[in-house]
Design a protein around this ligand. Structure first.
Ligand code: FAD
Ligand code: PYC
Length: 416
């Protein structure tokens, strides 16, 4: 019998709580930093972590208007995959996928990474053709992908209804076996704890209200807790990217929409994988606690309210019950929304701007969670070197002028 009880381990801080939690809660803004990251979501905390770890920049701050992980990072359904169509997307999402694989160990935090496989369903001939093409494109990029017919889908996910006479019959699916889910708050805390250990200030309850420039270059920010001087400001404020960009008179082609999700009461394990259907606006996985985690397509109205309409959820639940009749009598426990910012090509912006020292990372739309480590990694590179690396370069804002878009609506896998 060990001499340590679980309680004593927590009290002694052996799980790390004592060291990291109060530090960021108490961080007061300093007068000046070498760089400031706006937004303490997954991407913001990852950016700060890689700035400190890879580039030795630790006189930096994350400024968060609420609490870290309270935005989309804490509201998303944690689906991880990299099966996008174009080379540019495969490069960034698969970069993230490789980082996810070792992230729990790197951060010394259990992020509950589960590579349980992601199915993307096809319900008509057009989708079959489109998804088969994507499997081939994925393989050419070294991304694991398989095409399954309906019977093979049922082998992977025995509870799915593959009858031919339902409104949207399942004709087949792509399967990315390395795809899966993880624990969102743990990822944010893991990055934040490590960043904090390296000297990064995490300033919560501090809203950025303005960005100060002189001669076309950033010199500082205005916040609800006073002014901070800095030559570099990095916006990672998902859902509010265009609001922050407007502070330097930059107009971005981004729309903000609610995206909703919900969970059922917990049940015994019945769903071994993640199943997504773009056509019926629904997807589903099962958490380790047993809750079914269900998501919808975006709400079409533009909004910052962090909640959506019940009509969207009603449609999603109708589709889920048709695909999984076994769920029809379950009760729902919680429903919520986040605000996602969507670019016209359903791909993100990772970019320098015409304002020297102002960098933007946003527009990840419905699918940025899976990118978190890759996004933070390449954005930190851009901020430190003032140049995008080869992975980030295709996502610069110049593409909206040149027309070289990375059109990923199909692979976004969530109805827009
Ligand atoms: P956030 O966590 O939103 O971080 C941005 C932060 O900026 C917020 O904390 C906010 O408070 C802060 N901020 C904003 N304005 C200011 C200001 N003026 N001053 C200071 N701070 C500010 N993606 C997937 O890949 N897989 C999924 O399964 C998935 N499911 C989703 C389900 C839902 C319901 C939602 C809403 C999103 C989902 N997404 C998914 C998308 C994903 O969550 C986002 O693309 C991603 O999390 C965005 O990055 P982030 O985590 O840094 O954003
Ligand atoms: O991009 O895989 C995704 C996703 C799942 C749920 C929301 N987005």
């Amino acid at each position: 019998m060990t001499k340590y009880s679980l309680g004593s381990l927590v009290r002694e801080g052996l799980f790390g709580h004592k060291r990291w939690s109060p530090a960021w809660r108490d961080a007061a803004p300093k007068a000046a930093y070498d760089a400031v990251v706006i937004g303490g979501g997954g991407h913001g905390c990852a950016t700060a972590y890689y700035l400190a770890k890879k580039h030795g920049l630790s006189n930096i701050a994350i400024v968060e208007k609420g609490w870290i992980g309270g935005g989309n990072a804490g509201r998303n359904t944690t689906i991880i995959r990299s099966n996008y169509l174009y080379d540019e997307s495969a490069a960034i999402y698969d970069h993230a996928m490789q980082l996810w694989k070792g992230l729990g160990r790197e951060l010394n935090f259990n992020i509950m990474m589960s590579h349980r496989g992601v199915l993307n369903l096809a319900h008509d001939d057009g989708e079959v053709r489109q998804l088969k093409r994507r499997v081939e494109a994925n393989r050419l990029n070294g991304v694991d992908a398989e095409w399954l017919d309906a019977a093979q889908v049922k082998e992977v996910c025995p509870i799915i209804n593959i009858s031919a006479d339902i409104r949207y019959p399942v004709l087949g699916a792509t399967l990315q076996r390395s795809g899966g889910v993880n624990r969102h708050d743990a990822v944010v805390w893991g990055y934040a704890r490590k960043a904090d250990e390296m000297g990064v200030d995490i300033i919560q309850n501090c809203e950025v209200t303005g960005i100060k420039t002189e001669g076309g270059a950033v010199v500082g920010i205005e916040t609800t807790r006073g002014e901070i001087r800095t030559p570099k400001v990095a916006s990672v404020a998902a859902g509010h990217t265009s609001v922050i960009a407007k502070m330097v008179d930059l107009r971005l082609p981004i729309e903000s929409h609610p995206l909703q999700a919900l969970v059922s009461e917990p049940i015994k394990p019945v769903n071994p994988c993640v199943i997504m259907s773009n056509a019926v606006h629904a997807y589903c996985s099962q958490s380790d606690k047993g809750e079914l985690v269900i998501g919808a397509g975006i709400d079409h109205q533009i909004s910052y309210t962090q909640r959506g309409g019940f009509d969207v959820i009603e449609e999603t639940i109708g589709a889920i019950v048709e695909m999984f009749p076994i769920f029809s009598r379950l009760r729902l426990m919680r429903q919520w929304g986040g605000i996602v910012d969507v670019c016209p090509d359903a791909s993100p912006i990772i970019s320098k701007t015409p304002v020297k020292g102002f960098y933007v990372n946003g527009g990840w739309g419905t699918g940025g969670w899976k990118a978190t480590p890759g996004s933070g990694h390449v954005f930190a590179d851009l901020i430190a070197n003032d140049e995008p690396n080869v992975i980030a370069a295709p996502f610069a804002i110049e593409r909206f002028c040149s027309g070289k878009l990375v059109a990923e609506h199909g692979a976004a896998a969530v109805a827009h």
